[in-house]
Design a protein. Structure first.
Length: 298
């Protein structure tokens, strides 16, 4: 455990970029932290940091060593969880990165269900869109990622793959709410649009479809917050495009699927980092999520 503490020091210096800032976060003196790093470099037989005027930066050897650190810490978390599981008490921690569409209902409901069974398990939920979620897996900030339209990546190991059809979201008294069936995209373009901005995968999906038809998109309002767009939809006569998982049950709202001739469904993936062994807690939560996604996708 003492050795792992030294490894944690290296990780914090790499994150902070300087001995002083890392020492403040670790609540130790800069001189003590410097000695720890010097002893480690002596043991390894090579420096792992570049000493720059602006601070500290990992060199190539340091990058390799930090990857080793993350592997070791992930393995330790997994073993701790397995040891606790032997006694019949499910402990541990689950770190999840997920698209905004899943923080309204899916993730809160599944965390509540899991913690009702295993109250000693803690959770960290990070709202990350497609590319950012993959990065969170690769840097060990997340055990699992639940995302829409993930970019191609060799780091991803899918645990579930499915699809969600974009829906037009509007107030119940909107003109488009008179029907319940699929709506053509061209019929939406004549109304004021409140759309996700380009930080979200939904926007890229819409723009790619319109670009193939030579149609320019001119939203009235753009935002990186799906919650804001839903609230604005309730307040004004605007319409938005969102996936069903992010649309709450609200009698004031009405939604219709976009016609499949205009927009293909978006890919939905639950994934972990390829080659990483999940802790018992994370693996069990992944199983629970997959079960729900299979039910809703069937």
């Amino acid at each position: 455990m003492k050795h792992l503490r030294t490894l944690a020091y290296v990780t914090e210096i790499a994150r902070a970029g300087s001995i002083r800032r890392a020492a403040e976060r670790l609540s130790i003196t800069p001189s003590a932290l410097t000695r720890q790093i010097q002893d480690l470099e002596y043991e390894l037989g090579t420096p792992i940091f570049e000493r720059l005027a602006q601070g500290m930066r990992l060199n190539a050897a340091g990058e390799l060593f930090v990857r080793h650190i993350r592997d070791q810490m992930a393995d330790l978390d997994r073993v701790r969880s397995q040891i606790a599981d032997l006694s019949g008490v499910r402990r541990g921690h689950v770190a999840l990165a997920c698209s905004q569409a899943f923080v309204t209902q899916v993730v809160p409901e599944e965390v509540e269900t899991y913690r009702a069974r295993f109250p000693l398990v803690g959770f960290t939920v990070q709202v990350r869109d497609h590319a950012q979620a993959v990065t969170a897996l690769a840097t060990f900030e997340a055990d699992l990622a639940l995302i829409l339209q993930p970019p191609p990546s060799a780091d991803l190991h899918p645990l579930y793959s499915g699809h969600q059809t974009l829906r037009v979201l509007m107030r119940s008294d909107h003109a488009l709410a008179a029907e319940a069936g699929p709506v053509r995209l061209r019929d939406c373009l004549g109304h004021a649009l409140a759309l996700p901005d380009r930080s979200l995968a939904i926007r890229h999906h819409i723009e790619q479809a319109l670009a193939r038809r030579g149609v320019a998109l001119q939203p009235t309002v753009e935002s990186g917050s799906l919650e804001f767009l839903r609230n604005l939809t309730l307040r004004e006569g605007v319409i938005s495009l969102q996936v069903p998982s992010g649309i709450p049950q609200d009698p004031r709202l009405h939604s219709r699927p976009i016609d499949g001739r205009d927009l293909t469904p978006m890919a939905l993936v639950l994934a972990q980092l390829r080659g990483r062994s999940l802790s018992v807690a994370a693996a069990k939560f992944a199983d629970q999520l997959v079960a729900r996604l299979n039910r809703e996708g069937s």
